[in-house]
Design a protein around this ligand. Sequence first.
Ligand SMILES: Nc1nc2c(c(=O)[nH]1)N[C@H]1C(S)=C(S)[C@@H](COP(=O)(O)OP(=O)(O)OC[C@H]3O[C@@H](n4cnc5c(N)ncnc54)[C@H](O)[C@@H]3O)O[C@H]1N2
Ligand code: MOO
Length: 395
Amino acid sequence: MKSVEEHLAEILATVRPLAPLELELEQTLGATLAEEVTSPVPLPPFDNSAMDGYAVRAEDVAQAPVRLPVIDDVAAGSVELRAVGPGHAVRIMTGAPLPVGADAVVPVEWTDGGTASVLIDRPVEAGNAIRRAGEDVQSGEVVLKPGTVIGPAQLGIIAGVGRRRVWARPRPRVVVISTGAELVEPGTSLLPGQIWESNSYTLAAAVREAGADGFRAGSVGDDPAVLLDQLDTHLVRADALITSGGVSMGAYEPVKQALSPLGTVQFEKVAMQPGMPQGFGVLGEDRVPIFALPGNPVSSFVSFLLFVRPALNKMRGLSGDVLETVTAQVTGTLRSPAGRRSFLRGVLAADGTVSPVHGQGSHQLAALAMANALIVVPEDVTEVAEGASVEVIRI
Ligand SMILES: Nc1nc2c(c(=O)[nH]1)N[C@H]1C(S)=C(S)[C@@H](COP(=O)(O)OP(=O)(O)OC[C@H]3O[C@@H](n4cnc5c(N)ncnc54)[C@H](O)[C@@H]3O)O[C@H]1N2
Ligand code: MOO
């Protein structure tokens, strides 16, 4: 059997980072920046008020309380400004440009709020409530580096330096297809022998959580020809494909039957539990990666975390192919098959303990939904005693 590391290494050697595109601002969330973003101007571009209040010369209010004439009113966006001469005040709003001559802003709360003249209760230091030009960013300064994943704040600064488009690797588009004649859509009623289809929902959600765009193509039955047809339809708009089911030893294994003859997708056993049967390869002229995951719901999800998520990271131009583990004390005994690495479902607590959930079968999706961690039991360990230290992956 192939080791988990060997299988992952083969996948990572095959998938390539997506080519950068010039993306519109609105499309950049979750994309990976492929250029250096600089600011063409200082930010803020001009000295401005940090508060609603009055622009004054600090020396004129040193003996406060003092009453000053209000000679102008400046809102944010104002352009024509009167200078603040000795003994003058200008009513000013947050974000409005500081008039020449003023060296401090008195917050409105420290005044009587007057419009013709204003009574100022307290002295202020020079520089009070003033935001200086370039205090955030100097002109020409780099605000974002290549390789940065664009989140809301990064998207904000791209807009904030005046850009409408940036070069970035887009979120990979991933199409998820479930196979199995027994599957029906949630929301419909079950006939004997049927179950509600869940894997495509889990996997498409996991794709999204991994920073890619997941599309459910729904489920196809057990006919390899129908599956090939579906794959063909989706190939043009996919950066990666995921199938679930149809990869083990049964008489009706549509994924294996459809893809094995192509020669570009290999089906193998990986030394892990769950997730032993795995298919991986490429399809079409563009060599689109395809992950043929096992159908058992827990198996497909664990396979996604171990193999698909690192591959999506690489496609996004990120590294991080190693799943981070933390050490925890297990609260019960564990069993694991010899020669396979187990990923048992558990609840990791704040006190550093991890409790295996009840129901460790590959079909026990409800138990997975109770868990927040996978307990890793190495290949050469078949039993773990209560209280022993184990490595745990947060999920
Ligand atoms: N003789 C053998 N039988 C099996 C082996 C083996 O080595 N020899 N391996 C077992 C292991 S391990 C796994 S994992 C499964 C993998 O099977 P398939 O990938 O072929 O998946 P299916 O047979 O289609 O389904 C397995 C199981 O999962 C349910 N399922 C499938 N798709 C969905 C879905 N979209 N939503 C919800 N549930 C789904 C399906 O009904 C089956 O119960 O094979 C073992 N057998
Ligand atoms: O490997 Mo299967 O994935 O145990 O259920």
